[in-house]
Write a protein that binds this ligand. Sequence first.
Ligand code: URA
Length: 211
Amino acid sequence: MDDPATEEAMGDASRAAQLAALGDEVRDLTQSPLYAFRQAHKYQPVIGEGPADASIMLIGEAPGEYEAKSGRPFVGASGRVLDELLASIGQQRSQVYITNVVKDRPPENRDPSPEEIALYAPFLVRQIEIIRPKVIATLGRFAMEFVLNLLQITPENAMISKLHGQVLHGKAAYGAVAVVPLYHPAVALYSTPRKATLLEDIQALKPFVDQ
Ligand code: URA
């Protein structure tokens, strides 16, 4: 295959196929402690959505009720904030890949347990390896801690209050990847100053926007 355009198209098709296969595995994850809750409420797992070759990947914590009902990430109130944040850097959600650390809704939106994280984390790791983003924006403390640990980023002070809006440098299996910790968009729903901070911090993603 010598035509680079054909090669690229084949690569994209394979990435999309790998993501689809991963989605099937999550759908069949009967051993998850969240599986019975999913079935009882006719919820769906939220795998993630966006281009399989997105330059920008956004990672939240876990789906809430609206997400579990629709099977799509960030479609509730915090999703509307996220859309506004993306618009401020000239991006629509269809241009970025959005997912969560945990793919099923925890009851009462409680924090996912260490056991749940351990079960779902390998899927997120694979998504990162398939998509190969240039930058990962973590949404909230939870996703930040997971991604910093995964990509061997060890700042002196790993608090989100210190790291939000900074461009950090991580090592993925496919090479260098930037990480920008952001506050969770839900904070903008009850704090106007935090919304201003989010709007300022997301500007750090601008250099990674495809021209
Ligand atoms: N909060 C998250 O962390 N993820 C979602 O998908 C929705 C709300």
